[in-house]
Design a protein around this ligand. Structure first.
Ligand code: PAF
Length: 277
């Protein structure tokens, strides 16, 4: 496993790999790796491909009042995990170099960015689009892997690639949960024992309501009851609790493929998740 920090070094290395017919599979991360990331790394494994994991806590996707300064950093542990998985390259971009890196094209606005997380975190998707565009420009991956937990992010990146006519295939990988059903997230590190129990409870409560959402188009009373239950169990605030189709449009028919999307705050920790209906 090679750890590379410089863009030119990385590009030279990739050029050599591509010359001998290797495909490039990229897993972009912000570090603080957990089993969710490792499952992306495993999904990216292929005989004729090299796997490259990028680790960069991207300041552009945090607003000034968010958790950039306390975002967990566990680089030694991350590298150990990636070595164990036999990852080929870990790209640790230098903050200044990546900041200065110029994108050649205008990044398009996408209507799906304005919903759900885009409403309460308007800086988030522009920041994600910017860093992912830079990484894709630098690396030109054949495939890139994203977790289903951040479903809207996956859609935004997929749409971005389509609009920018990129050939990179965006692969969606299933959400990994702990034994109580809590979706793994680096932000779970912020939760104390009591808060973690609360977070695990969300999964149980949401699941109880899924059959109702499955059978009903009008879900107002169901979502109100679920919200009440969530508050009763100590959730501090609910940013959104919405049902949308898998393209984030309004559900019209009972058999439209839909998901329940949820974002909550427990203490100062914001957690998101989504469930197939
Ligand atoms: O999902 C993440 O960890 C980040 O948003 C990403 C895609 C690595 C961009 O910084």
């Amino acid at each position: 496993m090679r750890v590379i920090k410089q863009i030119s070094k990385l590009q030279l290395n990739l050029l050599n790999q591509k010359k001998i017919g290797k495909k490039v599979h990229l897993i972009p991360t912000m570090g603080a790796l957990h089993d969710g990331h490792i499952s992306l790394v495993k999904s990216a494994k292929a005989k004729k491909a090299i796997r490259i994991v990028s680790i960069f806590v991207n300041p552009d996707q945090f607003s000034p009042n968010e958790d950039l300064n306390k975002y967990p950093s566990t680089i030694k542990h991350d590298l150990k995990l990636l070595k164990k998985e036999r990852v080929d390259i870990v790209f640790l971009p230098n903050k200044d170099e990546i900041k200065k890196y110029k994108i050649k094209y205008k990044i398009p606005n996408l209507s799906i960015e304005n919903k759900l997380c885009g409403k309460t975190r308007p800086h988030f998707f522009p920041g994600v689009k910017k860093i992912v565009t830079k990484l894709f420009d630098i690396i030109e991956p054949d495939k890139s892997f994203f977790g289903e937990k951040d479903y809207q992010q996956y859609l935004v990146i997929k749409e971005l690639c389509k609009k920018m006519k990129r050939k990179t295939v965006i692969v969606k990988c299933r959400t990994i949960r702990d034994q109580k059903g809590l979706a793994l997230s680096s932000r779970n590190n912020y939760l104390n024992e009591k808060e973690k129990k609360m977070a695990q409870k969300i999964n149980q409560l949401v699941k109880q309501f899924l059959p109702f959402f499955r059978k009903n188009l009008k879900v107002g009373t169901g979502t109100q009851m679920l919200k009440k239950d969530l508050y009763k169990h100590g959730i501090d605030s609910i940013d959104y609790l919405k049902i949308f189709t898998e393209q984030l449009t309004t559900r019209k028919k009972l058999n439209d493929k839909c998901r329940l999307f949820i974002a909550v705050k427990i203490g100062s920790t914001r957690l998101i998740d989504n469930y197939k209906i």
